[in-house]
Design a protein around this ligand. Structure first.
Ligand code: AMP
Ligand code: MG
Length: 418
């Protein structure tokens, strides 16, 4: 388990910027040291635990990049085309044969090893065969053309994958190209997830008239799984300090992170703060972010706790800025800063100076070919439809006070957040 000190998340300022929050998390959360080996088919999405040095060069041997005809550099026709007698035929997977004879050309196929002394390949589309069956090669080809030298992709010994890399399909492909059957990865981060609130009923259970079905827990568990976590679904805790405290205390030793949603505002029925204070330590981070409300950060028996707000959109957005970096830090992942891409705003918007705001938008292709962000028409932080019917978030930095149609804004796709 991660063992964090009680004052790990302490923060003195009245309002914390998003960058400050991410910075504090990245520097104060220690990575888990447990490593396991997984087969390549299981490696996607896991965090690599050790550097991987190339055990062989890629490609492993010099080979032809095209179907065509191989020659020595000295034989490349200079001023005019020239007819060559054929000597040899090398298929992909065949051993390279004897050195190519001066003045001859060899038939060669894509991926086949170059014969010794042959350095250049003519594409078959660029040659013709004359009446005598000779191969007529045109003049002017660059020496070394259409050849893939051994190690041109990755030389042997090069650190090709770094510890902390969150593995994607292309990283798995590279490990396979090295002939590896498995990779050492950090064990999955274990996260306990609770919803809190008397107004919540679990799907599948009866719902009383003044209740709504708990949706945040399923959203958060799905987001955590996308970050590679092992999730314990711990259901709903009632708005009552003692049972909240008991529920949280029970999972502290056996999980790396406790995540709750709801009950972190400052109303009389927001009991998460008092519950955590009775069994551990807690600070409320008032983050300068919209949508979002106070986020609770705490430590129970050395286990970090994050309490997200209850409104679904606030919960989603604060997850991205607080839970995501925490999970990445616990897994020892290299930081993955979110980089908004510029799109054109098709909306106007007023915002508060000094606060980071996120606008739910859909993308469309404008007449001139540029991508335009269309704002979801309503703004409530409780509107699940606003997340379902949009493509991502426009990020408006702290100093911005208004957006006019036509202005460039930064867009974060939902697909890139997890
Ligand atoms: P709270 O942060 O506890 O004050 O909750 C704010 C609002 O968010 C509540 O009034 C609920 O409508 C909504 N809410 C809280 N928890 C959930 C949940 N788990 N799923 C869906 N909506 C929730
Ligand atoms: Mg509540």
């Amino acid at each position: 388990m991660a063992q964090l000190s009680d004052d790990c998340f302490a923060f003195g300022g009245p309002m914390m910027s998003v960058d400050k929050a991410v910075g504090l998390i990245t520097t104060r959360v220690d990575a888990i040291a447990d490593i396991e080996t997984v087969a390549l088919v299981e490696a996607d999405g896991r965090v690599l635990a050790r550097d991987v040095a190339a055990p062989l060069p890629l490609p492993p041997f010099t080979n032809s990049a095209v179907d065509g005809y191989a020659v020595r550099n000295a034989d490349i026709p200079q001023a005019a085309e020239r007819a060559f007698p054929l000597d040899g035929r090398i298929q992909a997977g065949a051993l390279a044969q004897a050195p190519i004879k001066p003045g001859y050309t060899a038939r060669i196929f894509t991926g086949a090893p170059m014969p010794p002394d042959a350095e250049t390949v003519f594409m078959q589309e660029d040659v013709r065969i004359d009446d005598n069956g000779k191969i007529v090669l045109p003049s002017g080809l660059k020496p070394g053309a259409n050849v893939r030298p051994a190690g041109e992709d990755i030389p042997k010994g090069h650190i090709a994958l770094r510890a902390g890399q969150r593995l994607r399909p292309q990283h798995v492909a590279l490990a396979a190209a090295f002939g590896l059957v498995g990779l050492d990865v950090v064990r999955r981060i274990r996260v306990a997830v609770f919803s809190t609130g008397d107004e919540l009923a679990s799907p599948g259970e009866p719902r009383a008239a003044p209740q709504l079905f708990d949706s945040n827990r399923f959203m958060l568990m799905a987001m955590l799984r996308r970050l590679g976590c092992e999730v314990s679904d711990l259901g709903i805790l009632r708005d009552e300090r003692i049972s909240l405290a008991n529920g949280l205390k029970q999972v502290a030793g056996s999980h790396d992170l406790i995540l709750t949603t709801g009950g972190v505002s400052t109303g009389e029925e927001d009991h998460v703060k008092a519950a955590v204070e009775s069994i551990g330590s807690l600070v409320l981070w008032r983050m300068a972010i919209k949508p979002g409300r106070p986020v609770a950060m705490g430590i129970i028996d050395g286990t970090p706790l994050i309490g997200l707000p209850g409104n679904p959109v606030a919960s989603f957005v604060t997850f991205v800025h607080v839970v995501r970096p925490t999970v990445l830090a616990l897994a020892g992942s290299l930081p993955e800063p979110l980089l908004p891409i510029p799109v054109r705003a098709a909306f106007s918007y007023k915002k508060k100076n000094g606060r980071r705001e996120y606008v739910r938008v859909s993308l469309r292709r404008a007449q001139d070919g540029r991508l335009e962000a269309v704002k979801f028409p309503r703004e409530g932080a409780g509107l699940l439809s606003s997340l379902v019917e949009t493509d991502g978030l426009v990020e408006l930095d702290e100093p911005i006070t208004h957006v006019e149609p036509g202005q460039d804004v930064g867009f974060l796709s939902y697909a890139d957040l997890l």
